[in-house]
Design a protein around this ligand. Structure first.
Ligand SMILES: *[C@@H]1O[C@H](CO)[C@@H](O)[C@H](O)[C@H]1NC(C)=O
Ligand SMILES: *[C@@H]1O[C@H](CO)[C@@H](O)[C@H](O)[C@H]1NC(C)=O
Ligand SMILES: *[C@@H]1O[C@H](CO)[C@@H](O)[C@H](O)[C@H]1NC(C)=O
Ligand SMILES: *[C@@H]1O[C@H](CO)[C@@H](O)[C@H](O)[C@H]1NC(C)=O
Length: 625
């Protein structure tokens, strides 16, 4: 008692059998329902965890195992953002189990960086760099706190010592990629999503063991107000998550897109190596460069930003042009037929000719709630828009074909907005058009292929680490290198931060972006199907093809309930029959949390004049295993 100065303050009682912490010290054992034969463990609340970050690097962190995951993740991210850090060790997602072995091999190959052990919450005040993000909120109850820094954010470049978390490291060997790579079906993706932790319970209650490896990932794919100047860490980790998702084919993209992503990666790798060599010297200069890049670069992210809903109704822009239309549902399979089409508000009307545009349209579609998917091949000048329009008994499929990039960008942007019930009067319209155009421009083939005389240049590309293994099988390295160099011409002028932002933006433009899949059994349905959850809607999908069967918008939702006993989620809507599905395999809590998270995010966005509070967003962001 006297000499032993061991600090027991972190210890608490853990009731193994009931999987519960006994933290209410004023409660009697009786009140907890503990009998004389109960086995209680007096154990530290803080334990070691090995985290795999979005950049696939590992680090050891001491985490409060009795805190709710929500709070634990919040503490971890706060620590990241204020330490000039880090990184170490290993990997082993407990889910899916099958993958375990493969990943263990890969972890040996993965670059290991030793770093100090992090103990969130210990010492030092929270960082105080926040310039963009006020107010912030208490992690437990959401009440406002004083401005603090947040999360994966906020390491100003002017500190002159950018966190290693803000710097992208090139993949050093194709083996790392090859070992992690596994072509994934939609069902596999749905299985991986079973692994998300319940953020309202503690790690210990969810059977997470000391020293276990957990993955830390951005969970909700809506990134509000990404600010490259203050969010260097967040931008980099998002870039990394996107990069790995593309390289491991967790998200589909076309070959042209793959080469564009590879070119951006190549560019980012090059600039990262250069800047890490001399950042101590020109950090001030970098800030100027970021400012300069920012003034040229505006990025909207879906769901965020203010929108001009009060815009002048009389001045809503319209589109009118000859567009080819194709309805595959008609068995006639006649292919595309040309119409004079007008796009007004959120409705497309198609007429046989321009002259008939005052009469009754041959075809009319209201795009609210539709699914919009691009089908583009630049080298063959194909610019198609696939629309799945909700009707009483499912979705109507209609294709539009534009003959050039410019009209395509306008129609595509208008379709995307209309699907959300917004018109071209919305302030995000012109930005959306610009984003689509720049996305296409980055994929252009250059008429003058770069002069590749020295093999050294092609070697230096390291193309095996820049495209997914599927393309390594399909083409020779030399061919890939040549194409990457060619694509690189489109992005060679970009600054480092701009290239990362463009990469993230291009990732967001992919058709499957932001859909989290879960296995589900729908009422009346026979087979297992998928439910896709995104920031604004629920999609019932065919498990084998991924085709949308029906879409429901959150904006239209009245309420949702979970019957925990039969694991059934029911969602009621203002103007259509309710939806019910059973969570097959996945814990209903995970699905519930996804729906709740997105609704929460969008409601808050509305409450707060559509500028979503960053801090709150981050807290919901990361609790994955
Ligand atoms: C760990 O979390 C528990 C539960 O939230 C809390 O009561 C305890 O104070 C935390 N420990 C530390 C050292 O923060
Ligand atoms: C900073 O860079 C300049 C050239 O860009 C060089 O002359 C100078 O020595 C560098 N200073 C330090 C401290 O590295
Ligand atoms: C795009 O078009 C080119 C040229 O017509 C063709 O070779 C290529 O296979 C097409 N790519 C895809 C993904 O369809
Ligand atoms: C949002 O807030 C800003 C500044 O407080 C204000 O200028 C703007 O008009 C508001 N927008 C809406 C749609 O309320």
């Amino acid at each position: 008692k006297q000499t032993n100065v061991k600090d027991w303050s972190d210890h608490a009682l853990w009731w193994e059998k009931k999987k519960t912490w006994l933290l209410k010290t004023h409660w009697t054992l009786d009140k907890y329902g503990i009998q004389a034969d109960a086995r209680l463990l007096f154990t530290p609340q803080h334990k070691l965890l090995r985290l795999q970050l979005p950049n696939m690097k590992h680090m050891k962190v001491k985490v409060n195992f009795s805190d709710r995951v929500f709070k634990a993740v919040s503490d971890i991210c706060k620590t990241f953002s204020k330490s000039p850090v880090i990184l170490s060790t290993l990997n082993n997602p407990r889910d899916p189990k099958k993958k375990k072995k493969k990943l263990e091999e890969a972890e040996e190959a993965a670059l290991e960086l030793e770093g100090p052990l992090l103990t969130p919450g210990s010492g030092s005040n929270p960082g105080l760099y926040s310039k963009t993000m006020t107010p912030t909120y208490d992690s437990r109850d959401g009440s406002p706190l004083s401005p603090t820094t947040a999360w994966f954010g906020d390491s100003p470049l002017s500190e002159g010592n950018p966190s290693i978390l803000a710097v992208s490291q090139p993949i050093s060997s194709p083996d790392i990629l090859a070992k992690l790579y596994k072509s994934q079906s939609l069902l596999d993706k749905a299985k991986i999503n079973q692994g998300w932790l319940d953020s309202s319970r503690s790690l210990m209650e969810q059977d997470v063991k000391e020293n276990e490896v957990l993955l830390l990932r951005f969970k909700y794919h809506s990134f509000f107000d990404l600010n490259p100047k203050y969010d260097a860490i967040r931008v980099n980790q998002l870039y990394e998550q996107a990069k790995w998702a593309i390289l491991l084919e967790e998200i589909e993209c076309t070959e042209e897109e793959m080469m564009m992503f590879a070119a951006l990666q190549y560019h980012i790798n090059k600039l990262s190596i250069m800047s890490s060599g001399n950042h101590m010297n020109n950090s001030e200069k970098e800030v100027d460069e970021v400012d300069a890049a920012l003034s040229d670069l505006e990025i909207t992210l879906e769901g965020g930003k203010t929108s001009n809903t009060l815009g002048d109704i009389t001045s809503i822009p319209e589109l009118a042009d000859y567009v080819k239309v194709f309805k595959p549902k008609k068995l006639t399979l006649k292919g595309y037929k040309q119409y004079w089409c007008t796009f007004k508000d959120i409705t497309i009307s198609c007429y046989k000719s321009k002259e008939e545009a005052h009469g009754t349209p041959s075809l009319q579609m209201n795009l609210r709630g539709c699914e919009v998917t691009p089908d583009v091949n630049i080298s063959s000048q194909k610019f198609n828009i696939k629309l799945l329009i909700p009707v009483a008994d499912g979705m109507n499929e209609i294709w539009l074909r534009c003959d050039a990039e410019k009209p395509y960008a306008h129609w595509m942007a208008a379709c995307r907005l209309a699907s959300k019930g917004k018109t071209m009067a919305d302030s995000s319209y012109s930005l959306e058009v610009q984003n689509i155009l720049s996305f296409l421009k980055m994929q252009h083939m250059n008429p003058d292929p770069p002069f590749i005389a020295e093999p050294a240049v092609t070697n230096d590309i390291n193309s095996e680490c820049l495209v997914s293994p599927r393309y390594l099988k399909k083409y020779k390295n030399k061919q890939i290198s040549a194409r990457i160099l060619e694509a690189h011409q489109n992005v060679a002028q970009m600054s480092l931060i701009e290239a990362k932002m463009r990469f993230i933006q291009a990732w967001q433009s992919l058709p499957e972006f932001g859909i989290t899949h879960f296995l589900a059994k729908f009422q009346g349905g026979k087979r297992d199907e998928l439910i896709g959850i995104t920031y604004n809607r629920l999609i019932r999908m065919d498990a084998s093809t991924g085709d949308a069967i029906k879409t429901w918008r959150f904006a239209n939702m009245k309420q949702w309930n979970v019957n925990w006993e039969i694991k059934m989620v029911t969602v009621e809507f203002a103007d259509e029959p309710s939806l019910a599905f059973i969570c097959a395999e996945v814990d209903c809590k995970v699905v519930h949390e996804f729906i709740g998270g997105y609704i929460f995010l969008s409601t808050r966005a509305k409450d707060q004049n559509e500028s979503l509070d960053e801090e709150m967003f981050y807290k919901l962001t990361s609790g994955w295993v």
